[in-house]
Design a protein around this ligand. Structure first.
Ligand SMILES: Nc1ncnc2c1ncn2[C@@H]1O[C@H](COP(=O)(O)OP(=O)(O)O)[C@@H](O)[C@H]1O
Ligand SMILES: [Mg+2]
Length: 254
């Protein structure tokens, strides 16, 4: 146990100078940020900016070429993925990766772990997503994209993580479905879970986040609090200044 004071600002995740390569390609370059308990950090950025690489590296699925990752005060940079999971880090990967021939409930059972007792029992997941109860014996391949995404989140939650990593929850879903999924995030946070979401949809990210971190070609291009960032700042950080300006020139009649 740490002897740190139980203040509101207790840091759950600290990423320092993190770099990650895929072969020759530097996908994440010298990225630093921290997330405190109860925060929702939105990692935004265009396609290929390095968001998934960053999230997967935190979960232990890529080995960093530099920098460090610490979780609740301990350096986890060298821990295997299952050890990070056991410590309380759960990833909902891009593309969901469910067991599609298994039932909804079987998918949730896969996520439960012996040690991890907590609020998020399977019953609690059915309270979070009431439609699930009736369909718990249905096979997951029959579900819509949005329903599958909810199952993927439920599967991550039944492990009772203290850090939940969500990668592109909104990808390919209709706006109303996205909204329903994002609706549960405040309830997850209220249970003491710290959330790191990756979003390509900036508007969605800003809506739920307490802080935003933007990546541009693997590097940090902007960090801040949603209400304090201008649209122009975000646009520039997301697309890059030169692209932003040249697009404006190309599209600008006025
Ligand atoms: N497993 C991989 N092998 C090789 N290159 C990869 C791999 N995963 C991602 N990349 C490359 O790394 C860069 C960042 O990708 P990614 O992290 O998936 O970005 P994002 O999630 O922001 O779209 C891209 O150029 C992508 O092509
Ligand atoms: Mg991605």
């Amino acid at each position: 146990m740490s002897d740190a004071p139980t203040g509101e600002s207790s840091v759950v995740l600290e990423v320092s100078g993190l770099s990650v390569h895929h072969g020759q390609l530097c996908a994440v370059e010298d990225v630093s940020f921290s997330v405190s308990r109860g925060e929702v950090l939105a990692m935004i950025g265009a396609n290929g900016a390095g968001k998934s690489t960053l999230l997967r590296t935190i979960a232990g699925l890529h080995t960093p070429s530099g920098g460090s990752i610490s979780f609740e005060g301990a350096d986890i940079s060298r821990l295997a993925p299952h050890r990070r999971f056991a410590r309380g880090i759960s990833l909902v990967p891009e593309g969901r990766r469910l067991f599609s021939s298994m039932t909804l409930e079987e998918n949730l059972l896969v996520g439960t772990t012996k040690g991890a007792r907590g609020t998020f029992t399977i019953e609690a997941i059915y309270e979070l997503f009431p439609w699930m109860r009736e369909r718990r014996r249905s096979r997951v391949w029959q579900f819509s994209g949005g329903e599958q995404q909810a199952v993927a989140i439920g599967r991550a939650l039944v492990a009772n993580p203290r850090l939940l990593l969500l990668d592109e929850v909104s990808l390919g879903l209709a706006p109303i479905v996205i909204e329903r999924i994002y609706d549960v995030i405040p309830r997850i946070v209220a249970e003491g879970v710290t959330v790191l979401i990756v979003e390509q949809d900036v508007g969605q990210g800003l809506k739920v986040a307490t802080r935003v971190h933007c990546l541009l070609e693997g590097r940090t291009s902007l960090t801040g609090v949603p209400g304090e960032l201008s649209d122009a700042d975000i646009e520039r950080a997301y697309f890059g200044a030169s692209l932003h300006d040249s697009e404006r020139r190309a599209g600008g009649g006025a």
